[in-house]
Design a protein around this ligand. Structure first.
Ligand SMILES: [Zn+2]
Length: 486
């Protein structure tokens, strides 16, 4: 490659909203039901059937807009996007054209949302990808192509679908991954959607163009389809950037078109040259009234949750945890809630955070459990960490107590420690062990007196052995310090 080319990437993300019923009829939204059992004249597109707006879907879209800093026009309307396809028998999809529910705004890219191998080399930390718009439309039916025929399932037809369109200001495959993961995190926080790509709740088309640095306007926009996972998005973008650069280098013209990602072969292939918006002959749907958004926006505003990055800032400020730890704790609402419950009223919330991140998550991981299934109540964890912090039990002992607590979560951490004999030995007895250790190890004592910390640790270990592990290491080390250095 002779020069550096500039890729410009934009994402169109379709999100299935968490509503009970479909966008324009009362049919339930559900998965795994019998084929074509959830359909009525409206979502089948029968002539004369009249659509009725699902207000819940509009509210969820407005909530998303508020979370992402969008503005909302005072009046929004519904338009027909005309095209023929068997999965859309009324020959048009109800969508929004020039007056969508949300405009502008942006998606913040979180550090931990980048692919793991790219987190150390983030080009623009704290970047916010600007959005063009968010609009609401209906999903189409699902076609399945068999060897000699095709079948269509209308259960999905009419499911509320929110489309989030970004500006082409994503610079790399890694930023695209961060965009999708951050967006998903925010949508889940807002209770808008579960946004699971593997389940088709979030689908993504990628627009991508490449231009030489001396060229101002963007190159030909090429759209990628059939991207079914975040890792497919990353691989497809990397492949397509290389392919387009090759074309530019060899003088092959790039034309606006749609290409299909083949995940097994790891390549994109041409599907069609792209229709422009005028090919769809958008016009206002005469069956639906425009919506006045003012009052609804004010009603939705209190439902906007604290967002992940806002939580991170607060955790750092109020609990004294590191920004990295705060990001991990805020990556899931349930985890953040667990931490806050455990940290409430704790002497050192930072220690609680450490315990969760270093021990609790590891144990859950081993058991293949999520934080939502954690048997140990946050209050019990706090009690355990306090036991350790007050010097009553050692770190190792605390882990043993936790293992028991995990199996019988109703027990009291202090009781478990007591039953295991993890009581802090009385100071008199510990002092006797300290005397004994000093008498038995004259050479090491000499070195420890001279400032050798390793020897001090060695002597602590000797006292621990003499106490059969029951003394508290913190107390022992304090006693030794006083005797040898005091
Ligand atoms: Zn229906």
């Amino acid at each position: 490659m002779s020069k550096t080319y500039i890729p410009s990437i934009g994402l169109e993300v379709h999100v299935q909203l968490k509503t009970q019923s479909k966008m324009f009829c009362a049919c339930p939204v559900a998965f795994g039901e019998e084929t074509n059992s959830l359909a009525c004249p409206v979502c089948l597109g029968l002539p004369g059937a009249l659509p009725v707006l699902n207000e819940g879907a509009i509210r969820l879209t407005l909530r998303t807009g508020l979370m992402l800093g969008c503005s909302t026009p005072p009046v929004v309307k519904w338009d027909r996007k005309n095209y023929f396809y068997p999965d859309m028998p009324k020959d048009y999809q109800i969508s929004q054209f020039d007056l969508p529910l949300c405009l502008d705004g942006g998606v913040p890219l979180y550090d931990l949302a980048y692919p793991k191998d790219a987190q150390k080399t983030i080009a623009r930390p704290g970047k916010v990808v600007p959005l063009t718009r968010i609009h609401l439309e209906e999903d189409v039916a699902k076609s399945t192509h068999h060897a000699t025929f095709s079948t269509i399932d209308f259960n999905r037809a009419g499911t509320p679908l929110m489309e989030i369109v970004s500006e082409p200001e994503i610079d790399s495959a890694e930023e695209a991954v961060a965009y999708l993961n951050s967006l998903r995190q925010i949508l889940v926080y807002g209770g808008v959607s579960d946004a699971d790509m593997e389940k088709g709740q979030m689908r993504c088309d990628v627009n991508i163009s490449v231009r030489p640095p001396e060229q101002k306007q963007l190159g030909a926009k090429i759209e990628l389809k059939n991207l079914n996972s975040v890792s497919a998005v990353r691989r497809a973008i990397r492949y397509e950037i290389e392919r387009q650069i090759d074309c530019l280098e060899t003088g092959e013209p790039l034309i606006q078109s749609t290409r299909r990602w083949d995940d097994d072969a790891g390549i994109t292939t041409q599907m069609r040259t792209k229709e422009d918006a005028h090919d769809y002959r958008y016009f206002p749907d005469p069956d639906l009234m425009p919506v006045l958004t003012g009052t609804m926006l004010e009603e939705v505003r209190p439902w906007v949750p604290e967002l992940p990055h806002e939580k991170v800032e607060r955790f750092v400020r109020d609990y004294g945890v590191t920004p990295y730890d705060a990001s991990v704790l805020s990556s899931e609402q349930v985890l953040a809630d667990y931490f806050e419950k455990a940290a409430a009223g704790a002497t050192t919330p930072k220690k609680i955070a450490n315990w969760i991140l270093n021990n609790l998550l590891a144990v859950l991981n081993e058991q293949q459990l999520g934080i939502a299934d954690c048997p140990v109540a946050p209050e019990k964890l706090r009690a355990l960490v306090e036991l350790q912090e007050s010097g009553q039990i050692s770190n190792l002992q605390a882990r043993e107590v936790f293992a028991d607590l995990f199996v019988s979560p109703d027990q009291d951490p202090a009781r478990i420690a007591q039953a295991k004999g993890f009581e802090p030995a009385d100071t008199g007895a510990v002092e006797a062990f300290v005397d004994q250790a000093i008498a038995q190890n004259p050479a090491q004592v000499e070195e420890a007196r001279g400032g050798n910390d390793k020897m001090l640790n060695f002597l602590t270990g000797q006292v621990m052995k003499l106490s059969k592990g029951k003394a508290n290491p913190k107390t022992v080390s304090e006693l030794l310090h006083a005797r040898l250095r005091g």
